[in-house]
Design a protein around this ligand. Structure first.
Ligand SMILES: Cc1cc2nc3c(=O)[nH]c(=O)nc-3n(C[C@H](O)[C@H](O)[C@H](O)COP(=O)(O)O)c2cc1C
Length: 166
Protein backbone atom coordinates (compact mmCIF):
# COMPACT_ATOMS: atom_id res chain seq x y z
CA UNK A 1 0.00 0.00 0.00
CA UNK A 2 1.20 3.54 -0.75
CA UNK A 3 2.67 5.40 2.24
CA UNK A 4 0.36 8.02 3.77
CA UNK A 5 1.59 10.82 6.05
CA UNK A 6 -0.95 12.61 8.26
CA UNK A 7 -0.24 15.86 10.11
CA UNK A 8 -2.05 18.76 11.71
CA UNK A 9 -1.36 22.07 9.91
CA UNK A 10 0.80 24.29 12.15
CA UNK A 11 3.42 26.95 11.39
CA UNK A 12 6.01 24.12 11.53
CA UNK A 13 4.29 22.02 8.85
CA UNK A 14 3.75 24.76 6.24
CA UNK A 15 6.12 23.03 3.80
CA UNK A 16 4.24 19.72 4.14
CA UNK A 17 0.89 21.47 3.68
CA UNK A 18 2.17 23.24 0.58
CA UNK A 19 3.38 19.88 -0.79
CA UNK A 20 0.00 18.28 -0.02
CA UNK A 21 -1.80 21.11 -1.86
CA UNK A 22 0.66 20.54 -4.72
CA UNK A 23 -0.56 16.96 -5.17
CA UNK A 24 -3.68 18.43 -6.78
CA UNK A 25 -2.87 18.65 -10.51
CA UNK A 26 -4.12 21.88 -12.04
CA UNK A 27 -3.94 23.87 -15.22
CA UNK A 28 -1.79 26.99 -15.28
CA UNK A 29 -3.00 30.51 -16.02
CA UNK A 30 -1.63 33.98 -16.55
CA UNK A 31 -3.97 36.57 -15.06
CA UNK A 32 -3.52 40.01 -16.62
CA UNK A 33 -4.86 43.47 -16.06
CA UNK A 34 -4.33 47.06 -17.14
CA UNK A 35 -2.63 49.51 -14.74
CA UNK A 36 -1.80 53.21 -15.15
CA UNK A 37 1.85 52.12 -15.48
CA UNK A 38 1.17 49.51 -18.17
CA UNK A 39 0.11 45.87 -18.43
CA UNK A 40 0.70 43.47 -15.52
CA UNK A 41 0.44 39.70 -15.24
CA UNK A 42 0.74 36.92 -12.69
CA UNK A 43 1.09 33.15 -13.03
CA UNK A 44 -1.72 31.46 -11.11
CA UNK A 45 -3.10 27.95 -10.66
CA UNK A 46 -5.92 29.01 -8.32
CA UNK A 47 -8.33 29.58 -11.21
CA UNK A 48 -11.67 27.81 -10.87
CA UNK A 49 -14.77 27.91 -13.02
CA UNK A 50 -17.70 28.62 -10.70
CA UNK A 51 -21.03 29.27 -12.44
CA UNK A 52 -22.51 28.94 -15.93
CA UNK A 53 -25.55 31.19 -15.30
CA UNK A 54 -24.41 33.81 -14.66
CA UNK A 55 -20.93 32.97 -16.05
CA UNK A 56 -18.56 33.36 -13.07
CA UNK A 57 -14.95 32.33 -12.44
CA UNK A 58 -12.52 32.95 -9.58
CA UNK A 59 -8.82 33.09 -8.83
CA UNK A 60 -6.90 33.79 -5.62
CA UNK A 61 -4.23 36.53 -5.54
CA UNK A 62 -1.87 36.30 -2.55
CA UNK A 63 -1.93 39.20 -0.08
CA UNK A 64 1.87 39.42 0.08
CA UNK A 65 2.36 39.99 -3.65
CA UNK A 66 3.09 43.58 -4.66
CA UNK A 67 1.01 42.86 -7.78
CA UNK A 68 -2.18 41.98 -5.93
CA UNK A 69 -3.43 45.57 -5.33
CA UNK A 70 -3.37 46.13 -9.10
CA UNK A 71 -5.70 43.17 -9.63
CA UNK A 72 -8.08 43.91 -6.77
CA UNK A 73 -8.39 47.55 -7.91
CA UNK A 74 -9.10 46.50 -11.48
CA UNK A 75 -12.58 46.71 -12.99
CA UNK A 76 -11.53 44.08 -15.55
CA UNK A 77 -9.02 41.25 -15.77
CA UNK A 78 -8.31 38.32 -18.08
CA UNK A 79 -7.55 34.67 -17.30
CA UNK A 80 -5.35 32.91 -19.88
CA UNK A 81 -5.34 29.11 -19.60
CA UNK A 82 -1.90 28.18 -20.92
CA UNK A 83 -1.17 25.50 -23.49
CA UNK A 84 1.66 22.98 -23.21
CA UNK A 85 4.00 25.22 -25.27
CA UNK A 86 3.72 28.09 -22.77
CA UNK A 87 5.61 26.76 -19.72
CA UNK A 88 8.29 29.42 -20.18
CA UNK A 89 5.85 32.32 -19.88
CA UNK A 90 4.40 30.68 -16.74
CA UNK A 91 7.92 30.74 -15.27
CA UNK A 92 8.53 34.30 -16.48
CA UNK A 93 5.30 35.72 -14.99
CA UNK A 94 5.94 33.93 -11.69
CA UNK A 95 9.13 36.04 -11.39
CA UNK A 96 8.14 39.28 -13.09
CA UNK A 97 4.73 40.90 -13.51
CA UNK A 98 6.00 42.96 -16.44
CA UNK A 99 7.37 40.00 -18.46
CA UNK A 100 5.54 40.98 -21.66
CA UNK A 101 8.59 41.53 -23.88
CA UNK A 102 8.47 39.19 -26.87
CA UNK A 103 4.82 38.36 -26.21
CA UNK A 104 2.17 39.41 -28.70
CA UNK A 105 -0.60 41.27 -26.84
CA UNK A 106 -3.83 42.94 -27.92
CA UNK A 107 -6.30 45.08 -25.92
CA UNK A 108 -9.41 43.39 -24.55
CA UNK A 109 -12.41 44.51 -22.47
CA UNK A 110 -11.36 47.36 -20.15
CA UNK A 111 -7.98 47.75 -21.94
CA UNK A 112 -6.85 44.44 -20.41
CA UNK A 113 -3.79 42.97 -22.18
CA UNK A 114 -4.64 39.73 -23.98
CA UNK A 115 -2.02 37.07 -24.70
CA UNK A 116 -2.43 35.04 -27.91
CA UNK A 117 -2.17 31.28 -28.52
CA UNK A 118 -3.61 30.06 -25.20
CA UNK A 119 -5.71 26.94 -24.59
CA UNK A 120 -8.58 29.18 -23.41
CA UNK A 121 -9.11 32.77 -22.33
CA UNK A 122 -11.75 34.50 -20.20
CA UNK A 123 -12.20 38.29 -20.22
CA UNK A 124 -13.81 39.23 -16.92
CA UNK A 125 -15.39 42.09 -15.03
CA UNK A 126 -14.65 42.07 -11.27
CA UNK A 127 -17.76 41.16 -9.29
CA UNK A 128 -16.63 40.34 -5.73
CA UNK A 129 -13.46 40.13 -3.66
CA UNK A 130 -13.54 37.88 -0.59
CA UNK A 131 -11.06 37.56 2.26
CA UNK A 132 -9.47 34.11 2.60
CA UNK A 133 -6.53 33.98 5.01
CA UNK A 134 -3.28 34.95 3.28
CA UNK A 135 -5.06 35.14 -0.10
CA UNK A 136 -8.07 36.95 -1.57
CA UNK A 137 -10.73 35.39 -3.78
CA UNK A 138 -11.50 37.54 -6.83
CA UNK A 139 -14.72 36.59 -8.58
CA UNK A 140 -15.26 37.78 -12.14
CA UNK A 141 -18.16 37.73 -14.55
CA UNK A 142 -17.04 36.35 -17.92
CA UNK A 143 -17.78 38.94 -20.62
CA UNK A 144 -16.08 37.05 -23.43
CA UNK A 145 -14.52 33.59 -23.69
CA UNK A 146 -12.14 32.05 -26.21
CA UNK A 147 -11.23 28.40 -26.57
CA UNK A 148 -8.85 26.42 -28.78
CA UNK A 149 -7.93 22.78 -29.29
CA UNK A 150 -4.40 23.30 -27.90
CA UNK A 151 -3.28 20.81 -25.23
CA UNK A 152 -3.25 22.34 -21.71
CA UNK A 153 -0.17 22.96 -19.57
CA UNK A 154 -0.37 21.05 -16.26
CA UNK A 155 1.19 21.87 -12.87
CA UNK A 156 1.63 19.14 -10.22
CA UNK A 157 4.15 18.37 -7.47
CA UNK A 158 5.88 21.70 -8.15
CA UNK A 159 6.59 20.94 -11.82
CA UNK A 160 5.13 21.59 -15.27
CA UNK A 161 3.97 18.82 -17.60
CA UNK A 162 1.40 17.99 -20.21
CA UNK A 163 -1.75 15.93 -20.33
CA UNK A 164 -3.54 13.89 -22.91
CA UNK A 165 -6.69 11.83 -22.59
CA UNK A 166 -6.16 8.16 -23.29
C1 LIG B 1 2.34 27.37 -11.16
C2 LIG B 1 2.22 28.59 -10.28
C3 LIG B 1 0.99 28.94 -9.76
C4 LIG B 1 0.83 30.09 -8.97
N1 LIG B 1 -0.41 30.41 -8.52
C5 LIG B 1 -0.59 31.54 -7.79
C6 LIG B 1 -1.89 31.94 -7.37
O1 LIG B 1 -2.88 31.30 -7.67
N2 LIG B 1 -1.99 33.07 -6.64
C7 LIG B 1 -0.90 33.83 -6.30
O2 LIG B 1 -1.05 34.85 -5.63
N3 LIG B 1 0.35 33.48 -6.71
C8 LIG B 1 0.52 32.37 -7.44
N4 LIG B 1 1.76 32.02 -7.87
C9 LIG B 1 2.90 32.90 -7.54
C10 LIG B 1 2.94 34.15 -8.45
O3 LIG B 1 3.01 33.79 -9.83
C11 LIG B 1 4.16 35.03 -8.14
O4 LIG B 1 5.32 34.25 -8.21
C12 LIG B 1 4.03 35.63 -6.76
O5 LIG B 1 2.89 36.43 -6.73
C13 LIG B 1 5.25 36.49 -6.38
O6 LIG B 1 4.97 37.76 -6.83
P1 LIG B 1 5.66 39.13 -6.31
O7 LIG B 1 6.98 39.16 -7.02
O8 LIG B 1 4.71 40.16 -6.83
O9 LIG B 1 5.72 39.09 -4.84
C14 LIG B 1 1.95 30.89 -8.67
C15 LIG B 1 3.21 30.54 -9.19
C16 LIG B 1 3.34 29.42 -9.99
C17 LIG B 1 4.69 29.07 -10.58
Amino acid sequence: MAEMTAFTPTPETTRQLRDAYGRFATGVCIVTTHTPSGPIGMTANSFTSVSLDPPLVLWCPGKTSARTPHFTAASHFAIHVLCDEQAQIAKDFAKDGRAFSGIEITDGEGDVPLIANCAARFECETRQIHEAGDHLIQVGKVLRAMTSDKAPLIFCNGGFGDFSTG
